[in-house]
Design a protein around this ligand. Structure first.
Ligand code: ADP
Length: 422
């Protein structure tokens, strides 16, 4: 038996990590784990976890390789955006197929991605970097509106804002900079942390593409339609449903656009997750991440007779041919339950009623009671997730909306902390 593990690099210890753990146990494949959360691990499964620091990818990769000793990994997986640079470096040092380090790094920096698309002659919005300390008023006059302003390397639409006028531009930039300066958001090691990106707002319907690259070739695993309009000013994800009801030739063009964008970045091997818009018939790739769809949303994808995405990815990391795997026949969707307003979560009602809606498979409330809820653009989490499966996508969307309508959230105003001078 081959006891060499597969290395899982992760920024969380949540659902997706457990899902990989379950699949690995079932397949009898040892997993090695590298994370920045070693102090938070409870599961004895992860006793051997190697601590990594995302702002020090080279040192972290060296630490992982030396911690593995003679049991070098057979393959590499990454969960979440922050670890992709480390996963890529470990793979590179060990000669394992994965996304190259430069491509994995570039996938996390929105300006680098735009530059890669432009250099490759692929469709992209106009874009410009906004350096800290530049004259905002002068900059505002040179831009066209509507545009989108965003931080260079955040995820989950955090800090992403649509701006419709020069006046609104200045306050949006100030708001994003305030967000990036918050103690729990600031990244002291990020030299370009205060550079922002402004780019054209691309109107049109949005899709998410889940893909798997093997030696440079992209296989599209699923195209998710996002039926709720995403027109801003903030870009809150809600419903993802697959299959999408787009004509076959547009689907094919979307897949080709993502493959071309991934190539332009230099991505080669492993999971990718892309966000795209189709505008005037042209597919624009907004982002390609060098990792699978995040967290609980992965549960919306099952293959063959119901195998999870994590099994497909683990087998791929082991070098198995998974090119014949296809998504299950049913339509499937997930709703990320948005945070309606800032406050403290005090209660959730209607969960059983929501679960009872036909085609709904599960309702998972992930926000905790007494948790401070922060909506976009400052926040980046959800109240929870609703899952549905049905014969066709419209029934899935209807079920998700009906279930959401049955939920109610009691959110109290935050009580400001008052300090008393003695
Ligand atoms: P993140 O990595 O934080 O998710 P993205 O750059 O992918 O940031 O943007 C998040 C969302 O904001 C996108 O899914 C899209 O809905 C919207 N968005 C971002 N850039 C644009 C753009 N140029 N035009 C239209 N919508 C955009």
């Amino acid at each position: 038996m081959n006891d060499r593990p597969v290395l899982l690099c992760a920024a969380t210890t949540g659902y997706q990590v457990r899902a990989f753990g379950d699949v690995a146990r079932r397949l009898g494949v040892p997993l090695a784990f590298a994370t920045d959360r070693c102090d938070q691990l409870e599961d004895p499964w992860w006793d051997q976890a190697v601590p990594i620091r995302f702002h020090a990818p080279d040192e972290s990769a060296d630490a992982v390789v030396s911690a593995m000793g003679g049991r070098l990994p057979r393959g590499v997986l990454a969960v979440g955006d922050p670890p992709v640079g480390i996963a890529a470096r470990v793979a590179d040092r060990l000669g394992l197929p994965w996304h190259p380090p430069a491509a994995a790094d570039a996938s996390r920096i929105k300006l680098a991605f735009r530059e890669a698309l432009a250099a490759a002659g692929l469709p992209h919005p106009w874009f410009t970097a906004l350096a800290a300390g530049a004259d905002l008023r002068a900059q505002a006059r040179t831009l066209r509106y509507p545009c989108v302003v965003k931080p260079l390397s955040r995820s989950g639409s955090q800090g992403v804002m649509r701006v419709d006028s020069a006046e609104a531009f200045e306050s949006a930039v100030a708001r994003i900079r305030r967000l990036l300066a918050l103690p729990d958001v600031r990244r002291p090691h990020d030299e370009r942390g205060d550079v922002l990106l402004a780019e054209a707002f691309i109107p049109g319907r949005e899709y998410a593409i889940e893909g798997l690259m093997t030696a440079g070739t992209l296989e599209v695993l699923a195209i998710f339609d996002k039926p709720d309009p995403l027109d801003g000013p903030f870009f809150e994800e809600t419903i993802y449903v697959t299959p999408c009801e787009m004509e076959e030739d547009v689907q094919a063009r979307l897949g080709e656009a993502v493959a071309a964008a991934a190539r332009a970045l230099g991505l080669r091997h492993g999971a990718i997750h892309a966000e795209c818009r189709v505008s005037g018939g042209v597919p624009y790739v907004i982002e390609v991440a060098a990792r699978p769809i995040g967290g609980l949303c992965a549960r919306a994808l099952r293959f063959g007779d119901g195998r999870p995405l994590e099994e497909l990815l683990l087998r791929h990391a082991l070098g198995e041919d998974v090119s014949t795997w296809t998504r299950e026949a049913a339509a499937s969707g997930v709703m990320m339950i948005p945070i309606p307003r800032r406050g403290v979560l005090k209660g959730v009602a209607g969960v059983e009623a929501a679960r009872a809606v036909p085609y709904v498979r599960d309702v998972a409330i992930t926000a905790g009671i007494d948790q401070v809820l922060v909506p976009l653009p400052e926040g980046r989490s959800y109240l929870g997730f609703i899952f549905a499966r049905a014969a066709a996508a419209p029934a899935v969307v209807e079920a998700l909306r009906a279930a959401h309508a049955r939920l109610s959230f009691l959110i109290d105003r935050e009580v400001p902390v008052v300090s008393h001078a003695s």
